[in-house]
Design a protein around this ligand. Structure first.
Ligand code: SAM
Length: 341
C-alpha cells in the first residue's frame, strides 16, 4: 500500500534524513528506497513549518510511494517479556540479577557483548568498587568502553566507572575554555579529566586508588592526551600545593565530597568554578548540600555563588545524584592578610 514519502536527489539524502529524524517526521517502520538518481524516504505528516525548514536543505517533493516494512528490532524485553535491569560497558553487560536466561537474551540482542557479569556487592569502600560474579560468556571484568570519541580501558572490579554519567561529562566539557586549568579531585579512570583535556584544558587528575591511576595513565596514552598531570594521591593532601591554581574543579565523589569542600575552595582560583556532586533524598534535593557549600565557604573565608543545581540521574528509590555548580570568589590579598592579622 502506498504511503507518504519525500522524494529527494540521491546526493542530498543524508541531510534530509537527519533533519526528518530531528523533527520527528521520519517513519522508522519503513525502508528508504532508491530509484534512478532519486531517494524516496518514508515520512509521517509534514507541517507547513517542517516543509519550510526542509526547503532550506534542497529540492524535494512530497509523494505517495510504496515502501517495504523494516523488520522490527529484536529487544531484550521482547525476548523475555520483561525488562531486566542491566547496562553495557564496552563489551561487558552488568546484569543486576544473575539470571542465565536474561544473560543469553542480552547476548543475543547486543551482539558485541562478550561477557555478562552480576554484582556480588554494592559500590563500596573508599575506592567505590564492586565485586562481580560471571554469569555468561567470557569470565572477565575488563573491557574497552567508547564515550564521546574517547576510548577507556576499564576494570569494573578494580576501579569505578559508570556510563550513566556520560551526559553530565559532556555538559561539563561544554563549559571548558581552551587553556583553562582544571583539577579533577576524584578522577577514576579519567572520563571527566581526559574529555576536558581533549577540549583544551590543562588538567591535574588525582585518584587514591592505584588501579584507577594505572588505568587513567593507560587511557591518556590510548587517546594521545599529553596535557595532563596524573597523580596517585589523597586529594585532601594537595590543598597547599595547588592553592589558587584551578579555574575548574570536579568533585565526583558523591557520598563524601562534602568533606573535601574546604580543599576544593583552597585549590580554586578567585572566580574558579566547582562542580560538586552528591546523593540527595528527593524530599531535600538541594537544600542540605547548598548549606554544606555555604558552611564550607564561611569556614574558608570565601564567597560562593551558586550557578546551577540539577539532577544528574536517579540513584536509588527516592534518591538522586545531584550536581551543584558554584563559583568561588576570594577576598583581595590585602583583605585576606588583614583578616589573618
Ligand atoms: N570521576 C570518576 C568517574 O566519573 O568515573 C570516578 C568517580 S568515583 C565515584 C570516585 C573516585 O574517587 C574513585 O576512583 C576513588 O578511588 C576516588 N577517591 C576516593 N577518595 C579519594 C581521595 N581522598 N582522594 C583522591 N581520590 C579519592
Amino acid at each position: 500500500m502506498a504511503s507518504l514519502g519525500l522524494k529527494v536527489r540521491r546526493g542530498e539524502g543524508e541531510g534530509f534524513r537527519r533533519r526528518l529524524v530531528e523533527i520527528g517526521a521520519f517513519d522508522r517502520s519503513r525502508k528508504i528506497r532508491t530509484e534512478g538518481g532519486d531517494l524516496y524516504m518514508p515520512i509521517l505528516e509534514l507541517s507547513c513549518e517542517a516543509r519550510e525548514e526542509l526547503a532550506g536543505i534542497g529540492k524535494f517533493e512530497v509523494v505517495e510511494a510504496e515502501f517495504q516494512d523494516e523488520a522490527p528490532k529484536e529487544t531484550v524485553e521482547g525476548l523475555l517479556g520483561h525488562k531486566p535491569s542491566f547496562e553495557v560497558v564496552g563489551d561487558v553487560a552488568i546484569l543486576e540479577d544473575p539470571n542465565e536466561v536474561a544473560a543469553a537474551a542480552i547476548m543475543a540482542v547486543h551482539r558485541n557483548v562478550r561477557a555478562v557479569i552480576s554484582p556480588l556487592s554494592a559500590v563500596e569502600g573508599e575506592f567505590r568498587t564492586r565485586r562481580f560474579r560471571p554469569v555468561a560468556g567470557e569470565e572477565r571484568t575488563t573491557t574497552v568502553h567508547k564515550e564521546h570519541g574517547l576510548r577507556y580501558r576499564i576494570d569494573l572490579e578494580r576501579a569505578y566507572f559508570t556510563p550513566r554519567l556520560g551526559t553530565e561529562r559532556l555538559r561539563v566539557a561544554g563549559l571548558v575554555r581552551s587553556g583553562e586549568a582544571a583539577f579533577d579531585m576524584f578522577a577514576g579512570v579519567g572520563p571527566f579529566a581526559l574529555l576536558i583535556a581533549k577540549r583544551g584544558a590543562k588538567v591535574v587528575a588525582v585518584d587514591k586508588n592505584p588501579d584507577a591511576v594505572r588505568l587513567l595513565r593507560e587511557n591518556a596514552r590510548l587517546n594521545r592526551i599529553d596535557e595532563i598531570v596524573i597523580m596517585e594521591a589523597d586529594a585532601a593532601d594537595l590543598a597547599e600545593r595547588y592553592e589558587n591554581c584551578a579555574d575548574r574543579i570536579i568533585m565526583n565523589l558523591p557520598h563524601s565530597a562534602r568533606d573535601f569542600l574546604g580543599v576544593a575552595m583552597k585549590i580554586a582560583k578567585d572566580g574558579g568554578v566547582v562542580h560538586y556532586y552528591a546523593i540527595a533524598p528527593e524530599d531535600n534535593l538541594y537544600a542540605r548540600d547548598t548549606a554544606f557549600v555555604e558552611d564550607a565557604a564561611r569556614d574558608a573565608g570565601v564567597e560562593v555563588e551558586i550557578l546551577r543545581r540539577g539532577v544528574v540521574r536517579s540513584y536509588a528509590p527516592h534518591q538522586y545524584n545531584i550536581v551543584i555548580d558554584f563559583r568561588v570568589d576570594k577576598p583581595p590579598k590585602e583583605a585576606e592578610e588583614a583578616t589573618r592579622l
